[in-house]
Design a protein around this ligand. Sequence first.
Ligand SMILES: [Zn+2]
Length: 222
Amino acid sequence: MTGIAAPPLPSLVDPRLDELVGNLGPAAGATAYLEELRWPDGVTCVRCTSLRVGFIKTRLKYGCRDCGYQFRVTAGTVLHDSHVPAYKWLLAVQLMLESVNGFPANRLYALIGGSYKTSWFVEHRVRAAMAQALLDDRVITVALEQVSGSAYHRPGVAHLPAYWAETRWRLDHIGTKDAYRATALALLAADPVSYRKLTRHPGSLPRPLPPGPGGEERGCSP
Ligand SMILES: [Zn+2]
């Protein structure tokens, strides 16, 4: 993670990510890491699963020779359509995993740049991926349903299940040697989450909102 302040706690980062970043630089290394995790047997079309896929250098995308679809490693995942580069997503994962009580979005955006809103959205998408992975494992299905019952719609607690999932995820994975890799895999396995969906409840809008006209709710764009 060249050029970004080191986190205060011992690194949990997958040594393979460090190796790729060392060889290719932060941007290409992070993308290569995600590609290795998503396609361990070679790039596969995310639409038709064809293996007849080529890289389009001018667009920095893969193109399927069978169905014509063009895609990046983030296509169809919780990172879908994000303007935040992969290495910043992976830094956010590192900081969130290595913090004891969560890593505030206002500290994240001081590190990765952009707006508070973007960092808030990045963190909530990571939490959404953790929640989906936990649900997929059926670890906390009942607990989450209880938390997300009547209290879910009250201002101020709209995101309680997400924070709960983050805490549960950290408790489950810290101390395991594959904590970082498991989290990156959860990001790739999780469905896209829109900003509109995350902020649909009154009182749940992130603060402080950045200045500027409109544009708060545009799907996955922040
Ligand atoms: Zn295809």
